[in-house]
Design a protein around this ligand. Structure first.
Ligand code: BTN
Length: 330
């Protein structure tokens, strides 16, 4: 059900850069110009800046830089039945919040986005730096009801879709480092944390968590991240429209999930993999359960496991692990 905020934003965005009169907005809302004015105030309080002229009406000048649910929803091009979104100022972890909401029976798919996380989590029990710095902390929750074996390539498929989306949206050249790192210029721009709860033989529910460095400035990274992290804005040289990009990402995630669920993904997986994989032919060290496995990456198997040829010429498959790329000898 669109709220008055949705209706106003839909009109203003559809007519950009033109003006929309207060009486047109009033008609769309079925209310008076005074009621429109009150809604505009609410939007201003959330970070919108409008130009307002008695003779012309309203026009958006600046959009909020923090997550804004109605602005994301208004720009969302893919909208499965039942889909809902919650935008929060602060939460411990969007993955944890999604898991709590799943436990209360909330209909899927739904998304949780937050301006800041107090306990953002990364893979392998690490923390995910989650300040209110213009970066994205997003979780989308699903109930796939399929056997766990069928989800093998899920995170890779989502990562590949995100690479393509970012390449088109921000005109950058991202790469995917198996299994879940999004890279730009060899540095980490995003990470994925997929978590599932499994019943006897079925995935009961699944949360797809994405941390993406969108607008943070280099000097705001804590020292321990050093030069390992990068944001899109650092590479493009200008801040990106946070809510427009979030809507594009969310739309792509929802679509990519459907393609995965109905098996359609197999048609384009290999093409995307060849385009965005950064490991093929590279010498790496894979850390798995405390053991080091040096070798050269030869490819992926059908389940998304990484194939690694060891220095003796034997090839092994790995379903999980942490990859360090060896620098070529100079
Ligand atoms: C990684 O590369 O280690 C994965 C990082 C995933 C971080 C995201 S931010 C949104 C969601 N909520 C979390 O607590 N973690 C994921």
């Amino acid at each position: 059900m669109p709220t008055p905020e949705h209706l106003i934003l839909r009109e203003l965005l559809a007519h950009e850069p033109d003006w929309v009169s207060g009486s047109v907005l009033g008609r769309k809302l079925g209310t008076s110009r005074v009621a429109v004015w009150l809604q505009m105030k609410k939007l201003r309080d959330a970070g919108f800046v409008f130009a307002a002229q008695r003779s012309h009406g309203y026009r958006i000048v600046t959009r909020p830089s923090a997550p804004h649910a109605a602005l994301i929803e208004t720009q969302l091009k893919v909208r499965p039945r039942n889909f809902t979104l919650v935008a929060l100022d602060e939460i411990d972890s969007t993955n944890d919040e999604a898991a709590r909401q799943l436990a209360t029976g909330r209909a899927t798919p739904f998304a949780v986005v937050a301006r800041r996380q107090t306990n953002g989590r990364g893979r392998l029990g690490r923390a995910w730096h989650s300040e209110a710095n213009g970066n994205l902390y997003l979780t989308v929750a699903f109930r796939p009801r399929v056997a766990p074996e069928r989800m093998g390539a899920f995170t890779l498929w989502m990562g590949l879709n995100l690479c393509e989306l970012l390449a088109n949206f921000a005109k950058v050249t991202p790469g995917l480092k198996w299994p879940n790192d999004l890279l730009l210029d060899g540095r980490k721009v995003g990470g994925i944390l997929t978590e599932a709860r499994v019943d006897a033989d079925q995935i009961r529910d699944l949360v797809f968590g994405l941390g993406l460095n969108i607008n943070s400035a280099a000097e705001t990274w804590p020292g321990y991240l050093g030069r390992a992290a990068v944001s899109l804005a650092e590479v493009t040289g200008a801040p990106l429209d946070f809510n427009r990009l979030t809507a594009a990402i969310l739309g792509r995630v929802l679509l990519a999930y459907e393609n995965f669920a109905d098996g359609d993904y197999t048609k384009t997986f290999a093409d995307l993999w060849h385009r965005f994989d950064v490991l093929r032919g590279r010498r790496i060290v894979l850390l798995e359960g405390g053991r080091r496995h040096p070798g050269t990456v030869t490819g992926l198997d059908d389940d998304g496991a990484l194939m690694l040829r060891d220095p003796h010429g034997r090839t092994a498959r790995f379903r999980a692990g942490e990859v360090t790329i060896e620098k070529p000898a100079s």
